[in-house]
Design a binder for this molecule. Structure first.
Ligand code: IFM
Length: 476
């Protein structure tokens, strides 16, 4: 008989002492009450009415009804042990049509923040998660420079009411999506397909970010101010092929450096400027803008879902950010024409996105080494999560094994980066609740908590229970 030695007990990997565990949502995706208490149309309300723009013609009119259920939702967060909650305020609720201040809208966020604080959950507020008032879009939207100034005005209004209780302020969520995907790709609201407009939108979003940082810093130097970017690792299929290397450079340029360079270095990357030449971008950037955009911040939010594996030669799959719309598609960035996505053969989520946790470690290391580290800026992973086709068992539970392993693998990837010296201060799973997944409507479920859209019942999935355990033990 052979005796096999007992397996070594695996040493638990612990998280740094002040590491914050949280979950994230966004106003339009969960609130509902889209036309209640003075709120008026945002670009998403209008986009959802365009035939074919959103799966099943879904919209955010009711969503998760969080506007009415926020107290129960906060109680649920507390039950799970969340230490922080990332949410966004809706511009159309706070200043409907981008105009007068709406006290009822502000009162909602004030009550939400009070509930969070009562439960000892740190509010992490995002000012813009894509829901521009439609009235401002009709004046040119983000392609109009004036929108950046209106954004600073709206931010000041939110700060007037919440500044005494909220420390963590994020200006923008994923400006890449709010500009290139929305104004060039046409896949997100406002659904425009106009290259110069998309480039101008990106610059004006960044300008708005800088103006808000300056305004809030002036009001309260102790605030923790930052921005959240959707960043990626772009790898060439064949690292010895010049065309593939250039494809990876262009994707890295549009997703990462187009936003990181102006914020941390006060300039746009030369190679990307060359890529987009001929679209009037040089006339959009005015003297002094880059100084405003590079106003020092305290926190960089990194949203990571998957990497890109790209080539100059046709691959197996198209970009999976494509919304299932009938409208003609075009690359959401002028310099990405002729870039092809290939499969790495990794497991995929219901979005057809690769599950690639090691990419997060590499990304965090790179961003820390080249940008946030030298600037002394902390990094938090402000979004990371996965949609799966969840199955509800007879007893109503959801044993979402894939999401559980996605979660633990990515938390492990963060610990790998921490071990390499990257000061990661927190993690927000996307998302707390199943919710309105933009052009995909309610078809894609990212939540650790299931939402039954008929009854609005909330059921923590196995991933929520696992996350709760990890938070309690502060270890994997
Ligand atoms: O649902 C979105 C979120 O609004 C922004 N980041 C990506 C998530 C998943 O697609």
């Amino acid at each position: 008989m052979t005796i096999t030695p007992a397996a070594e007990p695996r040493a638990a990997r612990t998280f740094p002492q002040d590491f914050l565990f949280g979950a994230a949502t966004a106003a339009y995706q969960i609130e509902g009450a889209a036309h209640e208490d003075g709120r008026t149309d945002s670009i998403w309300d209008v986009f959802c009415r365009v035939p074919g723009a959103v799966v099943h013609a879904d919209n955010g009119e009711v969503a998760c009804d969080h506007y009415h259920r926020y107290a129960d939702d906060v109680a649920l967060m507390a039950d799970l042990g969340l230490q922080t909650y990332r949410f966004s305020t809706s511009w159309s609720r706070v200043r409907p049509d981008g105009g007068q201040v709406n006290k009822q809208g502000l009162a909602f966020y004030s009550k939400l923040v009070d509930q969070l604080l009562e439960k000892n959950i740190k509010p992490w507020l995002t000012l813009y998660h894509w829901d521009l008032p439609q009235a401002l879009e009709e004046k040119g939207g983000w392609a109009n420079r004036d929108t950046a100034y209106r954004f600073a005005e709206y931010a000041a209004t939110v700060h007037d009411v919440l500044g005494d209780r909220v420390d963590a302020w994020t200006t923008l969520n994923e400006p890449w999506c709010a500009s290139f995907l929305s104004y060039i790709g046409g896949e997100h609201a406002p659904g425009r397909q106009d290259v110069p407009a998309g480039l101008a939108a990106a610059h004006h979003l960044l300008l708005g970010h800088g103006l808000v940082v300056q305004e809030l810093r002036k009001r309260d130097p102790a605030l923790q101010l930052g921005i959240t970017l959707n960043l990626t690792v772009a790898d060439p299929v064949n690292p010895d092929d010049a065309g593939d290397l250039d494809a990876a450079r262009r994707i890295d340029g549009q997703f990462n450096r187009f936003f990181l360079d102006p914020i941390f270095r006060g300039r746009y990357p030369e190679d990307v400027l060359r890529d987009v030449a001929g679209n009037g971008f040089e006339t959009v950037v005015q003297p002094g803008d880059l100084g405003i955009i590079s106003t020092p911040i305290d926190a960089l939010g990194v949203n990571y879902y998957h990497g890109e594996f790209v080539s100059a030669k046709p691959g197996l799959q198209e970009t999976t950010t494509a919304a299932p719309s009938e409208r003609p598609k075009r690359s959401p960035f002028p310099a990405a024409d002729g870039v092809y996505w290939h499969s790495r053969g990794l497991p995929q989520t219901a979005m057809d996105w690769d599950v690639q946790p090691e990419g997060l470690t590499r990304l965090l290391r790179r961003v820390h080494d080249e940008y946030s580290g030298p600037a002394g800026v902390a990094i938090a992973v402000t979004e990371n999560g996965a949609a799966y086709d969840d199955v509800v068992l007879a007893d109503g539970s959801v044993d979402d094994v894939d999401r559980r392993s996605f979660l633990t693998a990515h938390l492990g990837a963060i610990l790998d980066a921490v071990d390499d010296g990257v000061p990661v201060t927190g993690y927000f799973y996307w998302s707390l609740l199943d919710n309105f997944e933009w052009a995909w409507g309610y078809d894609k479920r990212f939540g650790i908590v299931r939402v039954d859209y008929e009854t609005q019942a909330r059921t923590p999935k196995a991933s929520a229970i696992e996350y709760s355990r990890i938070i309690g033990e502060r270890a994997l």
